[in-house]
Design a protein around this ligand. Sequence first.
Ligand SMILES: Cc1cc2nc3c(=O)[nH]c(=O)nc-3n(C[C@H](O)[C@H](O)[C@H](O)COP(=O)(O)OP(=O)(O)OC[C@H]3O[C@@H](n4cnc5c(N)ncnc54)[C@H](O)[C@@H]3O)c2cc1C
Length: 344
Amino acid sequence: MKQQQAVVIVGAGPAGCSAARELARAGITGIICERGMPHKEKPCGDAYTPDAVAALHEWGLDADGLAALGGWRYQRVIIEGFGQRYEDGDATQVSGWVIRRAAVDQWLRDQIHDAFPIHYGVTVTQIRRCGDGFEVMTRSSSSGEPAAITCGAVILATGAANHLSRAWGIDGQPVLGASLSLYAQGAPPPGLEFRFAKDLQAGYAWVFPMRDQLNIGVCALKPTSAATLRARANVFAQAWQPHSGMTWRGGGHALWSGEGIVWHEPTGIVSCGDAAGLTDPHSAEGLTAAFRSGAAAGAAIAGFLADRRSAALADYSAWVKDFGTRHYQTLTAPLLLWRMWAGV
Ligand SMILES: Cc1cc2nc3c(=O)[nH]c(=O)nc-3n(C[C@H](O)[C@H](O)[C@H](O)COP(=O)(O)OP(=O)(O)OC[C@H]3O[C@@H](n4cnc5c(N)ncnc54)[C@H](O)[C@@H]3O)c2cc1C
């Protein structure tokens, strides 16, 4: 690995890949450090809202491309809870997709790999100021061997594992939630189904068919003990009579709190996606924000590197604040999910 880079992006999820794409377009080179390995499965929900699908279209993934990745367009949305029920079986109204996250993430990574090489199995442990730029401390995920890279700017796209953005005060001060999900064989539901779990208060359960499996999950939209979440998940899953595959995979949510003020450090660091606390606090949908903020972060760093003035970075912080404030308005939860997933 070259020890001097223009930009280091930490994390090769949708946010990091979107940032890399934008930088490559501006003719800026760099690398991505990704602690995982290629094709790694993620404990994420695999469901793309119409807004997230629009972002994939902008990457050049049309309906044929999404189907080639094993995806399918969901044709029915059922949202139920707190005495309300919304249902749409009209396929023309619904343009969201279900696609395995590992497949889409790898496709995104492969698109940018030539312009912005991804170093898999490399965990970034710390970032320090160094001269005009930064020293990025890394550790091999397999051997534990440490290394250091110097660079002119850093983009933090680490997902909900946000200790680096927190250390720099640019994590958006998120509310912490969590989800559990599993793949199982079982009786297929008619479409994408969300049910509100009253004992979780702020939280809900979902189920939808993948190609030959069910994706079942439960999420909490406020700090909740692992035991409570697991108990709720087990009760909900039983309703779908899963025959096998009862291995829960967990993940955190860095939910938008509205409390964050800055998402940049004036000498050349920005955060984006979950690392910036940009997950929807009412639904835990985070892919749209990851795509949009990743691209905006890449453009901001390109602007910063052009003149080394921090105006482009301050503009990025203003953009994030505006994005969260506009998108995460308060609606009753069932209605919000209905609008989001049915795209109405
Ligand atoms: C169970 C669950 C279900 C979900 N379901 C949905 C859904 O159906 N639809 C939806 O829109 N959203 C869903 N979300 C939220 C969505 O997954 C996230 O909002 C989205 O993945 C954020 O993208 P990102 O690029 O910011 O982060 P991520 O996709 O998490 O990518 C971050 C990357 O950074 C890497 N990384 C982390 N730390 C380091 C480090 N120190 N060094 C190097 N690499 C590092 C990680 O390995 C990872 O590949 C779900 C989340 C969970 C937990």
